[in-house]
Design a protein around this ligand. Structure first.
Ligand code: CO8
Length: 267
């Protein structure tokens, strides 16, 4: 694994925990961090031993407390951007964001504090979001004279519906973890001290299933989301066919019929 200035990569069995760590800037995303994320995600996707990726934020420098997941894109870097520079910055971010969305591993955002602007957007690029009780979500960009540019105008509406997305983006109002749960922005809310264990427990459960089948299911859900239902179900039938030609299918169904535990190994 490459060396990073702003990321920490830790492995716990089949789970990889990727921590964004800029302790002096509430883990804000600057160009260097985005480039490091892209490199780290490429390496993690190639790792056959990693089945689930958990993305989280590192502690604050003041008191070492977990205060922020990611407080947005780095405003001190963006302040002098010209229009072409800003566009290039957005496109640079879209590479690692799409990797989180499309990589064969399941990605879980463990949101432990501020998830504002680009922080809310990177959490939304993950497959699943688990929030600690101190998490805050918001898209404050229009208050800064810009719009969400890391996919926020697109992914937020897809996750919570157009009305709520427009309200959050037009008013810049932040919402707490329970409200985020109520509107479907997060899957679960847990006490701060239980966040990482909860994410790992869910990760272990997912890793215990057929990992190849999970990755194909992820692709089917992602690919079908914006298709019309007839093409989407046809695409699903094709992928369903692919999963029937695997070791795991023979083993999984064989084990069920023989009343024994299955040993699923495809990935
Ligand atoms: N960028 C850079 N530095 C930041 C950021 C940020 N987004 N957020 C916090 N920091 C820094 C602060 O400047 C401060 O640094 P220093 O100690 O050197 O002064 C340090 O982190 C601690 O922050 P605060 O002292 O402000 O901490 P508070 O607890 O008082 O407040 C808040 C916490 C409420 C989170 C506050 O820091 C805040 O409002 N931050 C900005 C949040 C925000 O507006 N985020 C959205 C940014 S825009 C964005 O994400 C656009 C994404 C799309 C870009 C697309 C481009 C194409």
């Amino acid at each position: 694994m490459a060396e990073f200035n702003n990321l920490k990569v830790e492995h716990d069995g089949e789970i990889c925990v990727l921590t964004i760590s800029r302790p002096g800037a509430l883990n804000a995303l600057n160009s260097e961090t985005l480039a490091e994320l892209d490199t780290a995600l490429t390496e993690i996707e190639a790792d056959d031993n990693t089945k689930v990726l958990i993305l989280t934020g590192g502690p604050d420098k003041k008191d070492n407390a977990f205060k922020s997941f990611v407080a947005g894109a780095d405003i001190s870097e963006m302040v002098n951007f010209t229009a072409p520079e800003a566009r290039a910055f957005g496109i640079r971010a879209s590479k690692p964001f799409f990797k989180l969305q499309e990589m064969r591993q399941v990605t879980i955002a463990a949101v432990n504090g501020f998830a504002l602007g680009g922080g809310c957007e990177i959490a939304m690029a993950c497959d699943i979001r688990i929030a600690s009780e101190n998490a805050t979500f918001g898209q404050p960009e229009t208050g800064l004279g810009i719009i969400p540019g890391f996919g926020g105008t697109q992914r937020l509406a897809r996750l919570v519906g157009m009305g709520r997305a427009k309200e959050m983006i037009f008013t810049c109002d932040s919402i707490d973890a329970n409200e985020a749960y109520r509107i479907g922005l997060v899957n679960k809310v847990v006490p701060c001290e239980e966040l990482m264990n909860t994410a790992k427990e869910m990760g272990k459960k997912i890793a215990s299933k057929g990992s190849y089948a999970v990755s194909v299911a992820k692709a089917a859900i992602n690919n079908g989301y914006d298709m019309d239902i007839h093409n989407a179900v046809e695409m699903e039938a094709n992928l369903f066919g692919v999963t029937n030609d695997t070791h795991d299918k023979k083993e999984g169904m064989g084990a069920f019929l023989e009343r024994r535990a299955a040993e699923l190994t495809d990935f």
